[in-house]
Design a binder for this molecule. Sequence first.
Ligand code: ADP
Ligand code: MG
Length: 677
Amino acid sequence: MIKGIGPKTEALFAKLHIETVEDLISYYPVHYDEYLPPEPIGNAVVGAKCAVEGRIARGVFRKVTGRKTVISTEIDDPTGRIRLIWFNAPYIAGMLKKGSVFIFRGIVRRRQDGLVMEHPEIFTLYAYDQKIKTLNPVYSLTKGLTNNAVMKAVKGAFELAGPVPEYLPEAVRERLGLTGEEEASRKIHFPADREEYLAARRRLAFDEMFLFILAMRTLRKRLGEDKNEFPMKLTWDTEEMISALPFALTHAQERTWQEIEADLTGSTRMARLVQGDVGSGKTILAFLAMQMTAANGYQSALMAPTEVLARQHYEKLCRLAEDLHLENLHPVLLTGSLRASEKRAALAAIADGSANAVIGTHALIEERVAYRDLALVITDEQHRFGVCQREALAKKGAPPHMMVMSATPIPRTLGIIWYGDLSVSLVDELPGNRLPIKNCVVGPSYRPAAMRFIKKEAEAGHQAYVICPMIEEAEGLEAENVFTAAARIRKELSDLTVGILHGRMKPAEKDKVMEAFRDGEITVLVSTTVVEVGVDVPNATVMLVENAERFGLAQLHQLRGRVGRGSAQSYCIFLAGQESESITKRMEILNRSNDGFEIAEKDFELRGPGDLMGIRQSGDAVFRLADPASDREIVKAAGELAAFYMAEDPMLAGQELAPVRKRLDRYLSESAKTITL
Ligand code: ADP
Ligand code: MG
């Protein structure tokens, strides 16, 4: 029991899926509030938090309106003036005297009569000097839980947790410039300054990458034997399917399909990565492979990272099977939220082979799922899966063919480190019926116009996404959150149905919302980045991204891929929370390019690792700190170290690598537990 956590707080933590000491320790801050040196008032950026040193230029005014007491005054320095306002904080008045100098820190807003700062923190010059460059962790919260309460609980968790033995030899750490793991896991919560934060992040990101790569590589080794245990014949079914589709395959799709056919009919087991930008049409390739497998008398499984996506794939495949009269294909859905009776029926059909195209989430690989003849496993957006899931799946019989579909733009050289010796197909062409998405990058003052635009599109029968970086408010972080935004939109666009989607909802709830959105019952979907992965609602034509500056460009690009999927013109509005040139410049890249690879490269150049602007989404990825697109140096170092160890001792069985082996085992058991999809 952690000191100071009563049953009430415990229930609040449970809402955040925090139940153990380890959960708390790995509940990383989503952001850091950094105390930067004071700026001249004239440099203050509207919408941003800043500290200014100013002389109180006027008396302190006090006004009572209704139940509110408003204290206001004005400060100046040689470069400008700014008004300060506090609500219901009468004690402030006693602290401020005309002529005295303080540091004030808060968010700058523009009003008709000039700049104001609401509720600034107040510091003496000396006190602020002590604070400069420090970072305060900012946690994702839920109503009733304060940032301080989380900080305290995390501190308490560290007191209870036992020591973590270091698994990397000192020499390796020194060569790679890595701090100790234990130190890093503390400092990621409580860094003294930016350097400490970067060092902690670097170490933890390295571990994430290293253990992931090691797990992938040892898995390949353990699966060994690359013989094709499920040789297939080319079949007419797939040819007929292709010609009956409502569209013609793109050249890239055709080429990839031929590569897949060659694998399945060849003498070695398929291990292929199908990489293609969002909207390039990877799903149909998976369906073709499933059809070919069925026609050859085997079973296939398609694993998606979320229930929403699994259900969507399932329904699509069912529709396709019906429309195109695919008599050999018998799809079945298996997810965690099926009713017990449905699950029993699905399991029975999988066991006796009457279902031969199984679609689902990680439920597909639970112990009790027995396949009759599993020949092909496809994972969609697989990097979000724990490695051991793949291993578990591979254990259910002779090693099946593996096909991995991903939209993550990973440069080729990295892909090799990443996926080991997978063959790669690039689906590097978008279907031709698409109109390019129209993008704009705007400031907060554009929001009313954006709302009118969404209304207009809705009246034309279309739908819209509104993406926010946070689920709920966080202290010390100025960023739009799903709840507040949804409430506001419900008020402003009162005749539209507004739905909410975020990562803390139960899978069944998420499904319901996503289905309602797909069926047009919800017009505006306010969501976090959970919609980023693969969801396909062609009728949605607007995407409004709040605080777009808080996202990485690669992520924004993924998000943007949710629109522009139908034949109607689509629009993407990137709303930057503050008006600043560097932000606009970064976002301009998105404006200019529709190429995921190029965007990831440019983003890396501009942002660099350990950027503090971004907000991490908690809990929905294998990598919580590392970002494969921007942490290339770390991926490379981790890949090299993994390769080095495995060259010496392929199964990591020797005495010397025992600590690494032990750490890897812990990683595998943790990733099985933490990846709740
Ligand atoms: P992703 O590669 O992002 O998974 P999807 O497979 O979801 O993309 O495809 C996006 C949309 O494009 C779907 O609605 C799909 O039916 C459609 N599509 C796929 N291939 C083609 C094509 N060759 N021509 C036209 N539309 C296509
Ligand atoms: Mg997809």
